[in-house]
Design a protein around this ligand. Structure first.
Ligand SMILES: Cc1cc2nc3c(=O)[nH]c(=O)nc-3n(C[C@H](O)[C@H](O)[C@H](O)COP(=O)(O)O)c2cc1C
Length: 166
């Protein structure tokens, strides 16, 4: 039984719910899990593994991820780390978009070498966005809706303990 931290950042809540779903699945595998906004994490002492996830905004992972890695690098380099990025790339089904999102994830977590990394489809809800954000997504012809695939999220989470060797 391991103690696992799922550290996330989110602006509109969809990544928070994905982090919570990953936490639930890890708990169901018999592990002790803390799901926390990465900005509130002060120490990694006692954790055996860490999952890091944020959404993609304007082509990048949220800067919270890079800050978290720099702040806790000494602890993270000794632990198995997995990363996920939430974006609309899986919705377009264009492999170039997916590879771009994956690259943004790797860049934010570098120089860590995650044992697992993935891109999850997110949610774009115009009612939660500012006028300007709505203007931007309209201009970019972004797909609107909740595209989160809870089956894929749970399946990825179930494989983590094996990949993290915990
Ligand atoms: C202003 C804005 C910019 C975005 N930029 C991107 C982007 O560059 N690439 C992408 O794939 N998704 C982009 N998205 C979609 C978000 O990644 C998606 O809505 C995600 O689920 C948001 O996560 P959150 O609810 O945890 O904040 C953008 C969304 C907004 C509102």
């Amino acid at each position: 039984m391991a103690h696992i931290l799922v550290a996330y950042a989110s602006k509109k809540g969809s990544t928070t719910e994905i982090a919570q779903a990953i936490g639930k699945e890890l708990e169901a595998s018999g592990h002790i899990v803390d799901v926390a906004d990465m900005g509130t994490v002060t120490s990694l002492t006692g954790y055996n593994a860490v999952v890091i996830g944020t959404p993609m905004y304007m082509g990048k992972m949220m800067s919270d991820a890079g800050k978290f890695v720099r702040r806790h690098y000494k602890g993270l380099e000794k632990l198995p780390v997995a990363g996920f990025i939430v974006s609309l790339a899986p919705v377009t089904k264009d492999p170039v978009d997916r590879e771009y999102a994956q690259k943004a994830l790797r860049a934010s977590l570098a120089p860590l070498q995650p044992v697992a990394e993935t891109v999850f489809a997110g949610r774009l809800d115009p009612s939660k966005l500012s006028w300007f954000q709505n203007w931007m997504i309209k201009k970019a012809k972004s797909p609107i809706g909740d595209f989160r695939d809870w089956t894929a999220i749970a399946a990825w989470a179930r494989e983590l303990p094996g990949k993290m060797k915990v």
